[in-house]
Design a protein around this ligand. Sequence first.
Ligand code: M6R
Length: 600
Amino acid sequence: MCGIVGYIGNNDSKEILLKGLEKLEYRGYDSAGIAVKNEDGVHVFKAKGRIAELRGIVDENVFAEAGIGHTRWATHGVPSKVNSHPHQSESGRFTLVHNGVIENYDLLKREYLADVHFQSETDTEVIVQLVEKFAREGLSTLEAFRKTLKLLHGSYALALLDAEDNETIYVAKNKSPLLVGVGDSFNVVASDAMAMLQVTNQFVELMDKEIVIVTKNEVTIQTLDGVAISRAPFTAELDASDIEKGTYPHYMLKEIDEQPAVLRKIIQAYQNEQGQLEIDADIIDAVKNSDRIYIIAAGTSYHAGLVGKQFIEKVAKVPVEVHISSEFGYNMPLLSEKPLFIFISQSGETADSRAVLVQVKEMGYPALTITNVPGSTLSREADHTLLLYAGPEIAVASTKAYTAQLAVLAILAEVTAKSRGLEVNFDLTHELGLVANAMEVLCDSKEMIEVMAREFLSVTRNAFFIGRGIDFYVGLEGALKLKEISYIQAEGFAGGELKHGTIALIEEGTPVIALATQESVNLSIRGNVKEVVSRGANPCIISMEGLNMDEDSFVIPEVHDLLTPLISVIPLQLLAYYAALHRDCDVDKPRNLAKSVTVE
Ligand code: M6R
């Protein structure tokens, strides 16, 4: 989704801004721009497409000690140079970058700006034109900015330059993430700390409806009513090398390979000195005190929630419902008497999930966020947080975060069960260790999976994933991975549902990827494979050692049957990766997608 950077200091801002935008490329965007300011005025450079195009048009001879930059993921108005940010007010005095969506922009345009000539189709331009209108009426820039912010409905992270003031970047946020980074004789602005790790790891968190005046030596935070706020910076615990690809051709492949190490890190992080798995007593009490858990999530995190439900219900014996966050607001089920809400989100910034969190907090219910990003919005706003320890996930397609989510949910289920005095007849630490070993075996089987991707997916228009029980949920994730990066129409189905409609889609050669990791349904899923094969399908059976048969294409090592999703997903991730590669797709930055979906 859109990204923001800003710099004010003694160095030339251009390169810092461009490098910062490159660090945000993974979030998905379709145009980019920077505006830099010096004694000659504000210089704006914008381009549709990649940062490389932008680099090509930036005038190297302009030296400017302050500037702002943006990567845009189109919402209002097509991806184009004119709709890309920064946007300028009619006279060119004010220049603005914006992440988020202004819901009442049309109303504001009609009510306040009827005589203004707009350049773009964006909601953002309304903001910058309003600032100019109020400044023309005699307000200072800060007052004009503040008055504008009070009129906005919706989400925003903003950075504003005033051509008449070389000393300041004005910043504000509501619902969209934004940080101010602090340094020695310089300060920076970033929608994601990663963008500015190149110059600092000290960041000040901003809260909704705050205004920040950033100069090279000072960061002044105020409420919208001008009340001063003091807040100490925190250290971003990120290593710049975590966000490099190293020798890998793609982040996705690197992140797939990181899964065994991430799992081992999770085991360590949740182990106490006696080697027992442990979770904060407050969190376990919250689970024990609830009569039903509601898991809220989107995309891959939703799929992790479906598997997590199995863990929690089977091991901890607490009933669980899993809901898609974007639906929950209007499709809220009848809630139990003592619900606990669990939000699963890699980024901790997904706007659809955050909207539900705000809603349930208003209703007075407790909430736990399971996220990869400490300090993210969902983490800050929930009562409790469990971290994934997966390290930055850069590829748009989520891989290591999914398996990390499953591991943390399994640990939550086990610790809850034990603290409820329930018998757990397996040693989860040991079983997860075996899973990590099995993951390594799978990561070493890339050549075989590449061949499978050629055989099954290189020319097809569509593909189906089938499974029963827990395998069905992994099939949903496999289908999402494949469609989002290879653009093959892919769907996951419960094996038994095929004959209720989907089987009509099977044609000669249609790939059907079947998961067979569960003994209790092994014969049934194989029966489903026979049904599709007799209608012409090209079957690819992925089974587990001990349940495998001659016709299987790939066999995963044997692990505890509840934990199979942690490893059966790996061949599916790799299949998607190689299918995308064979089709010449941009694996890490698939079209139309953003890493973190910060608009509803
Ligand atoms: O950051 P989140 O986990 O909340 O993101 C949710 C989805 O947007 C995300 O999982 C998305 O589906 C991925 N691109 C899937 O690979």
